[in-house]
Every structure is written in C-alpha cells, then in structure tokens.
Design a protein around this ligand. Structure first.
Ligand SMILES: C[S@@+](CC[C@H](N)C(=O)[O-])C[C@H]1O[C@@H](n2cnc3c(N)ncnc32)[C@H](O)[C@@H]1O
Length: 201
C-alpha cells in the first residue's frame, strides 16, 4: 500500500485551495448557523479571522458590517478572498505569532483552525494579547481524530492535524484567564462533531 504524505498546513492548503470551496455546505453543517448570533452586533467592529482560508466565515462577518482582517498561513487559500472581496484586509501569517499590536480587535474568530495546531496555548495566548479588554474569542473545535485524505493535482495528501479533547480546550482557555461565556456542541447521532466556544478577555 502506498503511504500518503502528511503535509504542513501551508503546503497542504496551498494544494487543497482549488477545491476547498466545494466542501462549503458540508463545513456549514458542523455549525448550523450558530456562530454569528453568538457574536451579536458586528457593525463597525474590528474582527480578526484566524485561519480564514477562502473566507467561508470571513465573508459572513464582513456582510454583517464588521471590519475584517483575514489571516492564514496559506497564500493560495487567501487568494480566493482577495479575488472576490477587496474590503477585507488579507494577511499571510501564523496563528502562533500574530503580526498585530496588543489590544487591536473587538473579536477574534477561528473556525476549523485548532485541529491544525499542536500547541493551543501559544495560539490562545496570542489571541488574548491582540484582543481589546472585554474582547471576545469565538473558536470551534472539530471532532477529527484522523486527518481526511485530500485529492490534489499532486495526488492524495493529508494535512497535519491534532485531535483536541473539548475539556482540554476549555482548560487551556481558562489557564490564560479567558472567561468561558458559552459552550455549545453540534451533534450527529448523539455524538459531538463540533465544539463551539465563546470566551471573553
Ligand atoms: C479547515 S481550514 C478552515 C478555513 C476557514 N476558517 C473555514 O472555516 O472554512 C483551516 C485553515 O487554517 C489555516 N491554518 C492552519 N494552520 C495555521 C496557522 N498556524 N496559522 C494560520 N493559519 C493556519 C489553513 O491554511 C487553512 O486555511
């Protein structure tokens, strides 16, 4: 049996970008429209969407009136946002080393990102730093124990992924002084498929 290559997010998502949007409705089904209502009024708010990808969540935030910065390690993923939305500021960068001053954002969002991060503490610490006082952090954690196979023009690949237990995610946030405001689970046949957390600074 041929071994499937496991690639870093920047290399893997550059290859996967072309077909990523075909999965949009599948990804939406893990959220069931729960995210935006948790944030409330977004009009004029400064929002950082980390691991923004092709803008699935970024665009909804912008449509709701937010001033959005979309950050991702994969330039190919971000190119798709640049192509259809010029009002969104796009930044190539790493979630664990955010290139923004302290207390810059009202909200930080991260949908389907933490599954690609080995060390949650580094990312959460950076989110805490860039949030304004009382700012809010909306993070989702997909229940994915094994990275899925992705078909690309260079063959089938997998993208480096890490499973995070829901209790561990809450624990890491609380360790950094975040307050957990809400925690919801989207379930399928009684099994959780996505953990959605709203935390505040
Ligand atoms: C599953 S996609 C999610 C995209 C988008 N948030 C969504 O919900 O459709 C994960 C994204 O996280 C990005 N990513 C992975 N590791 C990252 C890191 N360390 N810093 C910034 N972005 C990262 C990937 O390049 C990819 O675009």
């Amino acid at each position: 049996m041929k071994k499937i290559k496991v690639l870093s997010s920047s290399v893997g998502y550059d290859l996967a970008a072309k077909d990523y949007d075909k999965k949009e409705s599948y990804l939406n089904s893990f959220e069931t429209d729960k995210l935006l209502p948790l944030l409330g009024d977004l009009d004029g708010k400064k929002v950082l969407d980390v691991g923004a990808g092709t803008g699935r969540l970024t665009l909804k935030l912008a449509k709701a009136g937010a001033e959005v910065v979309a950050l991702d390690v994969s330039e190919e993923m971000l190119k798709r946002i640049m192509n259809y939305e010029s009002r969104i500021k796009v930044v190539i960068g790493d979630a664990e080393d955010l290139p923004f001053p302290n207390e810059s954002f009202d909200f930080v969002t991260a949908a389907f990102l933490v599954v690609h991060l080995k060390d949650l503490e580094r990312f959460f610490d950076e989110v805490y730093r860039v949030l304004k006082p009382n700012g809010k952090f909306l993070v989702t954690n997909i229940n994915q124990k094994e990275p899925p196979e992705v078909n690309t023009k260079e063959g089938i690949i997998k993208i480096e992924s890490y499973y995070h237990r829901p209790e561990k995610v809450v624990e890491e946030l609380e360790k950094l002084a975040f307050n957990i405001e809400k925690e919801e689970f989207v379930k399928e046949n009684e099994v959780w498929i996505n953990q959605i957390i709203l935390a505040s600074k």
